[in-house]
Design a protein around this ligand. Structure first.
Ligand code: AMP
Length: 588
């Protein structure tokens, strides 16, 4: 067996170690099951050395005994002070590297001597040299230093053939880098890089912290900024809230007994919406996009030259990041490899290649389809009231398991029922996707339009999709479970394909082949979907109609609803056709 070479992502906020074993890339977990090591080093109460989580935990209370973000100082001729002693940045980094080496050795049950370590593309020679030295101090022969965007590209495209241009957007805790990478067969080259090494998720936390501080000040007239302990709790709460908002449209921030005022406890209880949060961080996201354009022009390319966008760094889980990049490039960013781990995986792939291992692509369980629901909206033809605009909730290629929630609003005053339809597919018109489930939530409060309903989709590794809808104000909830959601799509797809082929052969063919249960089910399904869609569309056009048409329309809508309820699909079809004529000329 070839000698093992480990791959290390030595990050500003977190560091990881990965290896290639029997051709498969694995990020190594430590004794406590963690893949990510916070890049913190400290001296504990009894003088013992602390690395990772324990060092991070003491940081706020004992900053004089703790070092964070040492990566920012690499290559500088300075000493940092920790518990009264002085250390070079190389030495502090070496403590992190030594810990990762030990994690790998525990896992492999044999000594490790060699490593590939990643650095930002903008690192100077001095910074790269300092990283090598840190490796040496830790007892590692650094066989290669590679650029982080190169590593990310390798993780995604290890066995790529032909040429691709890739934008690597890396937004971590404290740094932002964007690189344009060209990959051609085995040659990966960074064409241009840009960024801001003082911008990242910590700034997003700070915005939420400020929001909380202002809230407490506004409500209780107290300035909590003075107390380190209180601010430590607020910081943690803000970060938790931020992560929550990546998956949910609202979060609650609750901290009991945060502080005392005149002997009485003050509790923090606040709701934050993704919408408010996105407004807080908009200036930062704008700044990253400006950097993207600078990197593109540095590479003499334009947005349309980019084949893929890779998301790296924990902060790219913020949905607005992917949305803005999609709007800018028209390319859906890749999110199938964990953005926190993909640089370490790429380092391991490079290490494996050097060691002469044959490396296969990174294996991850992802959903091959997008899942979502429908809402009223424009699908690009100028009709703002089309009732079946597809709203993706879980996107294709999301790693499993995944749970996402989105907010919706009722459309009419006094609306007591919402119908939730669940679709699989990618088309903006939900009716061109496959409907895989539906249910009603009844008994909503009698309030004006705009009643908030959250819809949550949970998809597990076995393809079981759990869908729930909840009236936010009351907690009224209804849910369904769709078993085998991933395979069902394929069945549905087969039905659609069968119908298409039948259509190609013309109706004559129907005489030769007896209609199967599945065929007739598909047709009934289409009649139902069409009937329902048209009834909803007609409903939205009632105001536009003449009195005479309105009476006919209401009558036909009723016939469709009765037919659907009684499963009389012939009646639904007849009424749908008649209604289609009226709707057609009203809508024209
Ligand atoms: P990194 O430096 O790549 O390890 O990124 C760490 C940053 O990612 C921190 O600021 C985290 O708060 C942030 N982060 C991690 N998970 C999420 C999430 N689900 N949503 C938003 N930010 C996240």
């Amino acid at each position: 067996m070839s000698e093992i070479i480990i791959g290390i992502d030595l990050g500003t906020t977190n560091s990881e170690v990965a290896i290639v074993e029997n051709g498969i890339v694995t990020v190594i977990v430590d004794g406590e099951g963690r893949k990510m090591l916070p890049s913190f080093v400290g001296i504990g109460e009894n003088g013992q050395i602390l690395v990772g989580e324990p060092a991070r935990n003491q940081y706020i209370l004992y900053p004089e005994r703790t070092i964070k973000s040492i990566k920012r100082r690499m290559g500088e001729d300075i000493q940092v002070e920790m518990a009264g002693k002085h250390y070079s940045p190389q030495e502090i980094s070496a403590v992190i590297l030594k810990h990762l080496k030990a994690v790998a050795e525990d896992y492999l049950r044999k000594p490790v001597h060699k490593a590939v370590i990643t650095v930002p593309a903008y690192f100077s020679d001095a910074q790269r040299q300092a990283t090598r030295e840190a490796g040496e101090i830790a007892g590692l022969d650094v066989v290669r230093i590679i650029n982080e965007p190169t590593a990310a590209a390798l993780a995604y495209e290890a066995r790529h053939e032909g040429r691709k241009r890739i934008l690597v957007y890396d937004l971590g805790g404290g740094t932002f880098d964007v690189s344009v990478v060209s990959i051609e067969d085995d040659v990966v080259e960074v064409l241009a890089s840009h960024g801001n090494n003082k911008l990242g998720g910590d700034d997003f936390d700070a915005k939420i912290v400020k929001h909380i501080v202002d809230h407490i000040h506004g409500q209780h007239g107290i300035d909590i900024g003075e107390s380190r302990q209180v601010m430590a709790r607020v910081n943690r709460a803000a970060e938790t809230a931020k992560r929550g908002l990546s998956d949910e449209p609202f979060v609650r921030i609750d901290e009991e007994y945060l502080i005392e005022k005149e002997g009485a406890p003050v509790h923090l209880s606040l709701e934050l919406s993704r919408y408010e949060y996105e407004a807080m961080i908009a200036e930062y996201i704008d700044e990253t996009l400006e950097a993207v354009h600078i990197a593109l022009s540095g590479a003499n390319l334009t947005a349309s030259d980019i084949d893929e966008i890779l998301l790296v760094g924990g902060s790219t889980r913020t949905p607005v990041v992917g949305e803005r990049l999609f709007a800018e490039f028209g390319v859906e960013p890749q999110r199938n490899i964990d953005p926190d781990l993909c640089v370490a995986m790429g380092a391991a792939i490079q290490a494996g290649m050097i060691a002469g291992e044959s490396v296969s692509a990174v294996l991850v369980d992802v959903t091959p389809y997008t899942y979502g629901t429908s809402a009223i909206g424009d699908i690009g033809d100028g009709d703002y009231y089309y009732p079946f605009k597809y709203v993706p909730i879980i996107r294709k290629n999301s790693p499993l398991p995944v749970s996402k929630t989105e907010a919706f609003y009722t459309a009419v005053d006094g609306q007591e029922i919402v119908e939730v339809k669940v679709f699989q597919g990618e088309d903006i018109d939900a009716l061109n996707n496959i409907e895989i489930g539906e249910f009603l939530v009844k008994g909503l409060r009698n309030v004006p339009a705009g009643n908030l309903i959250t819809i949550k989709l949970d998809l597990d590794l076995n393809g079981i999709l759990h869908v729930s809808a909840r009236e936010k104000d009351t907690g009224l909830e209804k849910s369904i479970t769709i078993n085998n959601a991933i395979a069902r799509f394929q069945e549905g797809e087969i039905d659609v394909a069968k119908a298409r082929v039948r259509a190609l052969f013309g109706d004559d063919d129907a005489g030769f082949e007896p209609e199967t249960a599945a065929d007739s089910e598909t047709e009934e399904h289409h009649v139902q979907v069409k009937g329902r869609a048209l009834a909803e569309k007609a409903q939205s056009l009632l105001e536009k109609a003449s009195d005479e048409d309105r009476v006919d329309m209401i009558d036909l809508i009723e016939q469709i609803k009765d037919g659907l309820a009684g499963k009389d699909f012939d009646a639904v079809e007849v009424a749908t056709d008649k209604l289609a004529d009226i709707v057609y000329y009203l809508d024209a």
